[in-house]
Design a protein around this ligand. Structure first.
Ligand code: 2RA
Length: 340
């Protein structure tokens, strides 16, 4: 006995990972529907050892379906998520549309699973932005011990965060860059991404920050603690999968680096790889396909009374998107829904 589960946006990077992770984690599925927009209709996607043919999101009847994982972007979410929710299907949405809605819980299960009960207001649960999800997994156990006052984070975000077009642009630009006549002009990104870094993700806000940076501030407050101050600089780097973050934390109480390392070793969802030698840390290519948020380079910040620095790496398509959504579905199933 299990659930009737829908994956909307099943042909995208995140939708495909949602199907993979549902199968890998043996989520109790009685029936599964893979939905896509009309232009990808009929595309086949894998679910474990099965092949599913995508159905039309536009005409799909959500009545009788228990959980819908949405990975379709804000515009389509605005149209179809309320439709699914009204039909009694609980939506777990990966877009940013509902993240800041006070009536919609924004969940990272390792951090605030108890907030899930709030889904009843709208039948919708929001999945956070990739860069926030991995950061709050690392911050939570440290906050519980020494109360975080302020976080200064710089991100190194892979091109898969910008979807398939981002991956293609890095691949084609890298191949074409030294071949006369085959150069690829920036299209998805604002400047050349191959062999370069771009300090700009999402749109600019009035105060000079970007929406991606604002999301890290607003989402950390909603998920972890509204009192925690965050300032972020988000940067796109020529890496296919895996977001990295350099995180500087100021605490109310002193936290020794050894104790921080021990706390993080015990923390759910975290793997510490922190040897103070060449290669004794994790880089994005090593985290691809994993569930964990990796923490390396844990060290005291000697410029603060109570400060620590650390390096945080995770698969942005997994913990930053699909895995977190499936973990939310697991919490929902265990705590809130009856199996069919
Ligand atoms: C990015 N924020 O990396 C996105 C993905 N959610 O651009």
């Amino acid at each position: 006995m299990g659930y009737r589960v829908v994956v909307a946006g099943a042909t995208g990077n995140v939708g495909r990972e949602m199907l993979n992770i549902l199968a890998e984690r043996e989520f109790p599925v009685d029936e599964i529907a893979a939905l896509a927009s009309r232009k990808s209709l009929g595309t086949e996607v894998s679910f474990g050892d099965k092949t599913l043919t995508t159905k039309d999101l536009d005409t799909f009847d959500f009545t009788g379906w228990d959980i819908a994982l949405f990975a379709v972007g804000s515009e389509a979410t605005k149209v179809y998520a309320p439709k699914a929710a009204a039909a009694g299907c609980v939506v777990i949405d990966n877009s940013s549309l509902y993240r800041y809605d006070p009536q919609v819980p924004l969940i990272v299960p390792e951090v605030n699973a108890d907030a899930i009960e709030g889904y009843k207001a709208k039948n919708i649960i929001a999945n956070p932005n990739c860069s926030t999800a991995q950061m709050v997994v690392a911050l939570k156990p440290l906050h519980d011990r020494a109360r975080i006052k302020r976080v200064v984070v710089s991100t190194y975000q892979s091109v898969s965060g910008a979807g398939k077009a981002g991956i293609d642009e890095l691949w084609n630009q890298t191949k074409g860059i030294y071949v006369p006549g085959q150069e690829v002009a920036p299209e998805k990104f604002t400047k050349q991404i191959a062999f370069n870094v771009i300090p700009h993700i999402d749109s600019f806000m009035e105060d000079g920050s970007t929406k991606e940076e604002w999301k890290m501030v607003a989402e950390t407050k909603k998920i972890l603690d509204p009192k925690v101050k965050v300032t972020a600089t988000c940067v796109r780097v020529p890496v296919f999968v895996g977001h990295s973050e350099s995180i500087n934390i100021e605490f109310e109480d002193f936290l020794d680096e050894e104790e921080a390392r021990d706390i993080l070793r015990e923390a759910p969802g975290v793997l510490v790889v922190d040897k103070r030698e060449a290669g004794g840390y994790i880089t994005p290519v090593e985290c691809v396909g994993d569930y964990a948020t990796y923490i390396s380079r844990i060290r005291q910040d000697s410029t603060l009374d109570n400060g620590l620095n650390l390096w945080c790496v995770s698969d942005n398509l997994r913990k930053g998107a699909a895995l977190n959504a499936v973990q939310i579905a697991e919490v929902l199933g265990n705590r809130c829904l009856k199996k069919g």
